[in-house]
Design a protein around this ligand. Structure first.
Ligand SMILES: Nc1ncnc2c1ncn2[C@@H]1O[C@H](COP(=O)(O)OP(=O)(O)OP(=O)(O)O)[C@@H](O)[C@H]1O
Ligand SMILES: [Mg+2]
Length: 239
């Protein structure tokens, strides 16, 4: 009977029922069936979140629980609660996180991305320099169109550390095209140490930089990270 049940679950694609049905107490047929199916549903959802987290390729795991917002100046368009609700993803808006080193930009961007995965969103995390070399490789190997289609399917693209490394002309253009394709279709979080005036030094071209900033900020919330580096604070406190 157990073997037949296993087969039946397999053919109905109930991947988790067999893990749970023996542990669920029986009070009534309705209650039992309900709890067995609920266990199946919960495990499926957890499996989906695990897959989304893996696909996102976060560099570190950070949460919003231990995050303090003291050093962030919010724009009038956004509050901490609204940001955490991830409404900006549904509305295909961008979030630009600008400020000095060690002020918590990557932490917040990562924690929001992890939250988005938990809500079932497709997320990708890239350091901008890595993304640009990836775009260049894909361009050379003929895989660029496929890569872009994959990016189009994402709900949220996190682009970390814009400005640490300047790009060559072709790298800047490839990056610009990707951002253009995301415009009003996907939500993007960008973190950077640079003010907009300095972005030309990264992309090398005034017009291209202007057009890029224009697309990024059209539907965007700009958060200013001020204050001391947390790394510096940790080092001073000996943690
Ligand atoms: N507001 C915060 N609350 C709690 N921890 C924080 C906060 N801000 C930063 N940290 C911690 O401080 C360290 C540095 O933060 P993070 O890497 O996010 O800074 P950053 O702004 O991305 O810096 P960089 O510009 O150098 O990339 C991390 O370990 C992070 O978890
Ligand atoms: Mg960072």
């Amino acid at each position: 009977m157990k073997q037949a049940l296993k087969q039946l679950c397999k053919s109905l694609r109930l991947g988790y029922v067999m893990n749970h049905y023996e542990d669920i107490p029986f009070t009534s047929p309705e209650q039992y069936l309900y709890e067995v199916l609920l266990a199946e549903k919960k495990e499926r959802e957890m499996g989906k979140v695990r897959r989304l987290l893996k696909k996102a390729r976060f560099h570190q795991l950070k949460t919003l629980d231990d995050y303090t917002y003291e050093s962030i100046t919010f724009p009038v368009s956004l509050t901490k609660e609204k940001l955490q609700s991830l409404e900006f993803i549904q509305q295909k808006q961008n979030v630009l996180m600008l400020g000095a080193v060690g002020t918590g930009k990557t932490h917040l961007a990562t924690a929001l991305g992890i939250e988005a995965c938990k809500q079932g969103c497709e997320v990708r995390f890239f350091r901008v320099a890595d993304l640009v070399s990836l775009l260049q490789n894909k361009h050379q190997s003929g895989g660029l169109a496929r890569f872009k289609r994959e990016m189009e399917k994402c709900d949220l693209l996190i682009l970390d550390e814009l400005g640490f490394v300047p790009f060559h002309k072709d790298g800047s253009e490839l990056f610009f095209h990707l951002i253009s394709e995301c415009y009003e279709r996907n939500s993007v979080i960008v973190t950077s140490n640079l003010e907009f005036a300095q972005w030309t030094s990264v992309f090398g071209d005034n017009r291209l930089t202007g057009a890029l900033i224009d697309r990024l900020i059209h539907h965007a919330h700009i958060l200013a990270f001020t204050g001391e580096s947390y790394r510096f604070g940790y080092a001073l406190s000996g943690n």
